[in-house]
Design a protein around this ligand. Structure first.
Ligand code: MN
Length: 249
C-alpha cells in the first residue's frame, strides 16, 4: 500500500446528498481511493444517481450488500415487512434499470484489504451482524475467522470493539441512513493501518424533500406525506432489514 488514505463507505442507500458531502470531505482529507461496503441504492430518493456516482469512483474494494442482492432475490424479512421492502426494492429496480441492477447484484460478497476482511454483515451473512455490545453466541458469525480486523456495516451504527477469537470488529456506520441518533453521515478513513471514524454534516432537508417528491409521484404511496413520515418510513424499512434494529429504542 502507498499509505494514501482510503475512504470506507458503507450503506449509502440512495442518499446522493449525503454521498456528495462525504466525497467532498474525503477528498479534502486526501483520500484517493475508496472501499465500498454494499447497500448502494435501495430505500433512498436517488437510487440510480447514487449508484452511478459510486460506479465512477476509483474503488480498491467493492462488495455487495443485502439490498443489492435483493434486486434479484427474495428478501428474507418477516411477512409483515414484505410489502414495504418489496415496494422499496421495486422503486430501486425501476430507477436503476436492468443493467445497473445486474452489476450491483454480481458484486462479490467479501474482499480483503491489507489483511482486513471486508464483508457487509458478518463473515457468514449479509443480514446477520455484530451488535455494538457483545452478545452471547456471536462467535458463530465469525465463520472461523480469528486474529484479524473484520470490517462490516449493515446495522448503520458506527462502532469498534474487540470481538471473539482475537478479532477487532469495526463498523464505519452508514453514509446515507445513520441509525445511531446522530443525523450526520457516518464513514471512516483508513490511513497507515489506522481506521479513523468520521461524521459529515449534509443537507438533510434536500434528501427529505426529494424523498417526499418521490413518494408523491408513486401512486402506491397514497396521498401527500409529510417529510417526517417519509423519513420514518424509510427508517423503519431500514430497521426491518436488520433483526438487531427490529425494535426501535
Ligand atoms: Mn444492509
Amino acid at each position: 500500500m502507498n499509505g494514501l488514505p482510503i475512504a470506507l463507505l458503507y450503506d449509502v442507500h440512495g442518499n446522493l446528498a449525503a454521498l456528495e458531502a462525504v466525497l467532498a470531505e474525503a477528498e479534502q482529507a486526501g483520500a484517493t481511493s475508496y472501499l465500498l461496503g454494499g447497500d448502494y441504492a435501495t430505500f433512498g430518493p436517488w437510487p440510480r444517481e447514487t449508484a452511478e456516482r459510486l460506479e465512477g469512483l476509483p474503488a480498491v474494494v467493492r462488495i455487495r450488500g443485502n439490498v443489492d442482492r435483493w434486486l434479484r432475490e427474495q428478501p428474507e424479512v418477516p411477512q409483515s415487512a414484505r410489502p414495504l421492502v418489496t415496494a422499496a426494492v421495486d422503486a430501486a429496480l425501476g430507477s436503476l434499470g436492468p443493467e445497473l441492477s445486474d452489476r450491483l447484484y454480481e458484486l462479490p460478497e467479501r474482499a480483503e484489504l491489507d489483511g482486513i476482511l471486508v464483508v457487509h454483515g458478518s463473515p457468514v451473512s449479509d443480514v446477520e451482524t455484530f451488535a455494538p455490545d457483545p452478545e452471547s453466541g456471536e462467535e458463530q458469525m465469525l465463520g472461523g475467522e480469528k486474529q484479524r480486523t473484520i470490517l462490516f456495516g449493515h446495522s448503520h451504527q458506527q462502532f469498534r470493539r474487540p470481538g471473539p477469537d482475537g478479532t477487532t470488529l469495526v463498523n464505519p456506520g452508514s453514509v446515507g441512513m445513520p441509525l445511531d441518533h446522530d443525523p450526520r453521515a457516518a464513514w471512516a478513513l483508513l490511513e497507515e493501518g489506522e481506521i479513523r471514524f468520521r461524521r459529515t454534516a449534509y443537507d438533510v432537508e434536500r434528501a427529505a424533500a426529494q424523498m417526499r417528491s418521490r413518494h408523491d409521484a408513486e401512486p402506491t404511496a397514497g396521498s401527500r406525506r409529510e417529510g417526517r413520515r417519509a423519513r420514518s418510513t424509510s427508517e423503519s424499512t431500514a430497521r426491518l432489514q436488520n433483526p438487531h434494529l427490529a425494535a426501535p429504542s
